[in-house]
Design a protein around this ligand. Structure first.
Ligand code: ZN
Length: 413
């Protein structure tokens, strides 16, 4: 059973700030009374909280033009450019950085190639990108909520626990959130790349108004994200949505996890690459471009791969559909979009051919999205604010330093 933790006076203040900010962010422009009703507090409490936000320039108050005489009612809205976020996507080849406003509007990108995957070196490259993205704007620091970092692997308390990418072996036990936060003097939020793509879609993308969804992220392997009633479902061991390791072909292809017939052995960048090159080197650096070229040239080996991948993908989606009953299933990541669309069409055909009840058949909503992990990473600081901790845990691993985080402290209390 999950217990909402009790709040002492300081915590309650923080919680109220988060909830007020969320009410205005998600529903603004919204009147003071409407915020108070949503929060179940007095309008005066709302005014007190909002006064602090206004002083910082985060919330704007303006009159509602009702056409009636007398003193006009006021409504609140978030100033979109008053809150900036930096997102960093670290993969085996590059670090990609993006700066966005509170609506996910992209204000600029930077990318640097990685010469190796040593943690200290990679962090140095990441810090260089943050510096470039912030460069030249004196107001940047005061408007920056935090830095989100997404990379392959599983994290707990900001520490890299494990990952399949063999070139990242030295990351095991590395406290990424802590060391990068110390280096930057900023709040740092760390999450798995696939889960980050799912969170980003929910905050800035197609899933903005979708409460429950499953996201399939086709990276080197196959990862995912599970959102239930607007909150990321983390799992007891931070290992929820490891959809690539659902067994869809019992006794099938061996997987490094120890099982046989895991979905990602059939449906992932790596398995597509294996199909077109015949390579069986485990998780070697796969250039996504190779798959795009094979797709464009109509490579028959990729076509054969796609058929098998779609069959197993349907098995996995059918399980999730029956267990979770999500509103939408998203397919995104590093496979070419047209190829994902082809897989999606095939899954829908299999679903429609096998489900007798048209009402149940219509429930499978499948959509293909871009899978922009850097943009998703920029959503991580905001996502933490909007999902107050349950049992002290938000699902995101983050470190909030004492310095350089005035905006985060203002909003989180
Ligand atoms: Zn496996």
């Amino acid at each position: 059973m999950v217990l909402r933790r009790g709040a002492n006076l300081d915590d309650a203040k923080g919680l109220n700030r988060r909830v007020a900010f969320e009410a205005i962010y998600r529903n603004g422009p919204i009147s003071r009374n409407a915020v108070a009703t949503r929060m179940q507090v007095t309008p005066q409490t709302v005014s007190n909280i909002v006064a602090d936000f206004e002083a910082y320039g985060v919330i704007e108050e303006r009159p509602i033009h009702t056409g009636k005489k007398g003193k006009p009612a006021r409504e609140y809205t978030v100033q979109p450019n008053s809150i900036l976020n930096i997102g960093l996507h670290i993969d085996q080849h590059n670090v990609t950085g993006v700066v966005t406003n509170v609506d996910g509007q992209d204000f600029g990108r930077q990318r640097a190639k990685l010469a190796n995957q040593e943690p200290d070196y990679v962090e140095g490259v990441a810090a260089g990108i943050v510096e470039k993205l912030a460069g030249g704007d004196p107001s940047f620091g005061s408007r920056l909520l935090g830095v989100g970092v997404a990379m392959p692997g599983i994290f707990r308390d900001g520490v890299f626990l494990s990952g399949n990418a063999l070139t990242m072996t030295n990351w095991k036990g590395h406290p990424l959130a802590q060391t990068l936060s110390r280096r930057l003097g900023l709040p740092v939020f760390v999450e798995n790349d696939a889960t980050t793509a799912a969170i980003g879609e929910g905050l800035f993308g197609e899933a903005r108004n979708v409460a429950s969804y499953v996201y399939f992220y086709f990276g080197l392997g196959l990862g995912g994200g599970l959102m239930i009633n607007g909150t990321q479902y983390v799992g007891a061991h931070n290992r929820s949505a490891e959809i690539g390791h659902m067994i869809v072909d019992p006794g099938g292809r061996p997987c490094p996890c120890g099982n046989k017939g895991c979905l990602e052995r059939y449906a992932s960048l790596f398995s597509a690459y294996q199909a077109i090159t015949g390579s069986d080197t485990e998780f070697e650096a796969v250039p996504p471009k190779a798959i795009s070229e094979a797709f464009r040239s109509g490579d028959t080996r990729l076509k054969a791969w796609s058929k098998v991948a779609a069959k197993h993908l349907y098995t996995g989606i059918n399980i999730l559909q029956n267990v979770i009953d999500p509103e939408v299933i998203y397919l995104g990541g590093q496979l070419p979009k047209e190829l994902l669309e082809e897989l999606g069409r095939s899954v829908l055909e299999q679903h429609q051919a096998s489900q007798k009840d048209p009402e149940i058949s219509a429930r499978l909503q499948l959509r293909v999205v871009d899978g922009d992990v850097a943009l998703g990473a920029a959503a991580l600081p905001l996502s933490t604010l909007l999902n107050p901790p349950v049992n002290g845990h938000t699902g995101l691993d983050y470190v909030r330093p004492t310095e350089g985080s005035s905006l985060y402290n203002l909003l989180a209390g």
